[in-house]
Write a protein that binds this ligand. Structure first.
Ligand code: COA
Length: 132
């Protein structure tokens, strides 16, 4: 089940790999910060954290708990996001994160620019999905 986190349902994160305190701080202080979580048997096993800022959307992080990777949960989160966000979406990804790059390409993201040294000296790639 996919759920958007709010201050009302944030207790869903109790004991999860996504830290409740961090999410609480983000969504309390930043009106553009959004979290979609994937729940299985009341446990959060994946999330996508994005910023929905006027005419643009930026994916800040997507993560699935290590033991549940490769089972389609990342794709479900991406599908949900691309279906609810009716605008261009951008993100930065480490150049050596081949799995994530493949996933983003599967969802229509294209490589747009190299961000030299973006991740502590490792290059990043700016990717963009045009809304059409
Ligand atoms: C990236 C991540 C969220 C993907 O989640 P996931 O649930 O494993 O993804 P899915 O099973 O839905 O797979 C989505 C696509 O990713 C790619 N992929 C997934 N696992 C892969 C693997 N082992 N090798 C190559 N490509 C892979 C494929 O394109 C796959 O689509 P396909 O199954 O139709 O071929 C997950 O690997 C993760 O949490 N990684 C660590 C955090 C991270 O790097 N986040 C991205 C930061 S920018």
């Amino acid at each position: 089940m996919l759920v958007e986190l709010t201050l009302e349902n944030i207790e869903l994160l109790k004991g999860s790999f996504l830290l409740e305190t961090r999410v609480k701080e983000d969504i309390s202080n930043n009106p553009f910060a959004k979290y979609l979580v994937y729940l299985k048997s009341d446990k959060v096993i994946g999330y996508i954290y994005y910023s929905d800022i006027y005419e643009r959307c930026e994916i800040n992080q997507i993560e699935v708990t290590p033991e549940k990777r490769g089972l389609g949960i990342g794709s479900m989160l991406m599908e949900k996001l691309t279906s609810i966000v009716d605008k261009d979406i951008t993100l930065e990804v480490r150049i050596d994160n081949e799995i994530a790059i493949k996933m983003y390409e599967k969802f229509g993201f294209n490589k747009k620019a190299i961000r030299k040294g973006y991740y502590n000296g490792t290059d990043g790639i700016l990717m963009k999905r045009d809304n059409n």
